[in-house]
Design a protein around this ligand. Structure first.
Ligand code: SF4
Length: 74
């Protein structure tokens, strides 16, 4: 389970975030390219979801993350 206390600094403010457990696999970027992108070491949320389609994509990313590094309680 992602820990909001460990969110990586690149995340924009808001509900969705990536924490420091990320292994940079890139799955979340594939699931929600309008919201997640890869940084040097971690993925991060560069834009919070702004509509239902983006929210659904972010939920898919959260569920697909193999190490539970994505949270929605930010
Ligand atoms: S799916 Fe999870 S582990 Fe993979 S890049 Fe995204 S946040 Fe990191």
């Amino acid at each position: 389970m992602a820990d909001v206390e460990n969110r990586v600094s690149e995340n924009v403010a808001g509900d969705y975030y990536v924490d420091d457990q990320c292994i940079a696999c890139g799955i979340c970027v594939g699931e929600a390219p309008d919201n997640f992108e890869m940084g040097a070491d971690y993925a991060y949320v560069y834009k919070q979801p702004e509509n239902e389609a983006e929210k659904t994509a972010c939920e898919s990313a959260l569920e697909a993350c193999p190490v539970d590094a994505i949270g929605s309680d930010g």
